[in-house]
Design a protein around this ligand. Sequence first.
Ligand code: UDP
Ligand code: MG
Length: 318
Amino acid sequence: MVVELSVVVPMYNEQEVLPLFVERLRPLLDGMDVAYEVVTVDDGSADLTPALLQRYRREWPQLRVVRLRANSGHQAAISAGLATARGDYVVTIDADLQDPPEVIARMLDLARADGVDVVYGVRNDRSTDTWFKRNSAAAFYRLIGLMSSSTARADAGDFRLMSRATVDAVNSLPEHNRVLRFIVPAFNFPSDTVEYKREERAAGASKYPLLKMVKLSIDSLTGFSTAPLRIATFAGFGGAVLAVLLLVYTLIAQASGHTVAGWTSTVAIVAAMGAIQLLCVGILGEYVGRMYTHLQGRPSYFIAYDSLTSRPSQDGPT
Ligand code: UDP
Ligand code: MG
């Protein structure tokens, strides 16, 4: 079966909103005139979500259910969906109707018309998010912008359309704790954006408590920046320089005779050891950083155009 469009939906304890979501999504997709599948990823729900999904599946042949063994988190659930989706295009969307499903059709039309690989859903109105969420998000994106070369937009979440090539690129990454909203733009595929209004959650409560938001922030920062490790390097070298200065000072003090017996050797040893240790920590930090980048396995480059194999219209020089 050829699938033109996959809709990947992560779900964690969404029994309240699930009926509303299905009611709104199905007629839209049925009316779109594409061969589609809906890949629901049940992220280890402990409520009626799995039972409801099984019930819907009986009367909705395009509905697929992927169940994770344990609650693994929003990003992991999306990753599982991307790994199993078969479509030429894949849209990821939240189950709580904060991302209006009507936008899916606009994304697909745009991708086809412009021949782009990614269409980002961009929130033009976040008034339904809490003050805390809006401001902490804005501050966080500024920080990540400063500390890494990320080009991710602060107003784009995980509502986006990706081409098969993009999904394959994401799936090829061996890294854990992926944060897709930063990884996808890093590939630099040709992209468009569609604006939409972020709605209020249609039913149920947020499945993103503060602790999960903190985890997402740490994953984003450590996944996209070795700046924290660099701080260790700089501190190490800075500390080593200070220790050497201290060593020089003790020797001068010794030579001029202004010291208590035993002071020079004690301070000199402390300073020398400190210098060596801090230097070594800094050097270790640099190698750990390199190992980490290597482990993440992201490609160092992506060829956008090769005259031998690419179609002329594809990202090529015009
Ligand atoms: N979600 C998930 N696993 C989790 C937490 C959330 O699959 O551990 C799903 C959730 O069911 C929803 C989406 O991720 O479809 C976004 O979660 P939510 O709407 O609760 O986050 P918020 O909009 O409050 O940031
Ligand atoms: Mg939500």
